[in-house]
Write a protein that binds this ligand. Structure first.
Ligand code: TXA
Ligand code: MG
Length: 317
């Protein structure tokens, strides 16, 4: 039985678990960004995720699990996956693995692929919610498709205009999405750079970390225009033009009449990641036509930050 959809406001874990069991969606905090969660096994719940976000159906979802037992009911687990799990789970790593034929997961979750993307979040409220519900939840970022990812409960309320109940876990600790890797027996393919840096993957596994060969497969969230503010975004800016907001990094020194913001005055990439989506929103709220962004180093977490910025800057047509 599916009770009618409840609306709005902040909810506690017990109520959120009930909403999930009723086959509806609820937004939950994770250490990366807020996720829009629904029962991964139910078509109606997963459909509600796609409809709430206005997300194209061909773009598959990440399934979030509370423990390895849950994971192993869904996917085959090569040795290399075990190694990554030992090192990075719970945490901001998503593994794309061969899906079990009998996996209790709606086909809508995987968009018909024979692989499944799985992650075990670290945020205690996400873990408690999944455990309380008793089943894995599908959860894309809790933003309307193509918009900036949410790193606070307020971002979620704003994005869906109060139509989605939210578990408030405070500001996200990491601020950019999980790293996504496709895992096989002896190599990794980095489908989306994220919180866990490429070098950490190499160090933990000693196998090559490749880039996707076929740029058309990849993680479909890699649609080029994604994470878009309303304003245009101009990258690697060395000065700030009239009518632009300025987003600095370290000592970059861009100055704007509208908003002069800094991702990390000390030039710390982890801090910049944490602030990225919030400050893009803040700059956007000034109503400027363009946000000028200073250069950000490309190493470590900088790979994920630059990836998100390139997508925010991409042509929207
Ligand atoms: O940090 C995160 O990963 C957040 C939090 C909520 O966990 N979630 C998130 O989900 O970023 P979403 O839906 O915004 O991005 C999921 C990405 C998409 O690019 C999707 O195409 C990709 O994962 N994906 C899902 N299943 C896949 C599969 N079987 N093969 C390749 N890519 C897949
Ligand atoms: Mg997303």
């Amino acid at each position: 039985m599916r009770e009618p959809r409840d609306s709005t406001h902040l909810v506690k874990i017990e109520q959120a678990a009930r909403i999930l069991r009723d086959g509806h969606v609820v937004a939950m905090p994770t250490e990366t960004v807020y996720g829009l969660a629904g029962d991964a096994a139910r078509d109606d719940a997963v459909l509600e995720i796609f409809e709430t976000k206005a997300r194209p159906r061909f773009n598959p979802l990440i399934v979030h699990c509370a423990d390895l037992e849950m994971v192993q009911r869904l996917a085959l687990f090569p040795k290399l996956a075990q190694k990554l799990a030992d090192q990075f789970w719970p945490g901001p790593l998503t593994m794309v693995l061969p899906k079990r034929a009998d996996a209790p997961v709606s086909d809508l979750v995987t968009a018909g692929l024979d692989t499944i993307a799985i992650r075990m979040p670290k945020h205690h409220l996400a873990r408690e919610l999944i455990a309380a519900a008793g089943f894995p939840v599908a959860a894309p970022s809790a933003n309307p498709s193509g918009k900036l990812s949410p790193t606070t409960a307020q971002h979620v309320l704003d994005g869906f205009e109060g139509r989605v109940p939210v578990v408030d876990g405070g500001p996200a600790e990491e601020g950019v999405e999980s790293t996504i890797v496709a895992v096989s027996d002896d190599q990794l393919v980095l489908l989306r750079p994220g919180t866990i840096a490429r070098a950490q993957l190499v160090e933990a596994t000693n196998v090559p970390v490749l880039d996707p060969q076929d740029k058309t497969i990849k993680a479909p969230g890699m649609l080029l225009s994604h994470y878009a503010p309303n304003a245009a975004v101009r990258l690697n800016a060395v000065d700030c033009h009239d009518g632009e907001a300025a987003l600095n990094f370290g000592a970059s020194g861009l100055e704007s009449k509208h908003a002069t913001l800094n991702l990390s005055p000390n030039g710390d990439l982890a801090e910049a990641a944490r602030n990225l989506f919030s400050l893009l929103r803040q700059a956007d709220q000034q109503g400027v036509h363009t946000i000028a962004v200073a250069p950000i180093p490309a190493d470590g977490l900088g790979e994920a930050i630059n990836d998100r910025l390139r997508r925010a800057a991409a042509d929207r047509n």
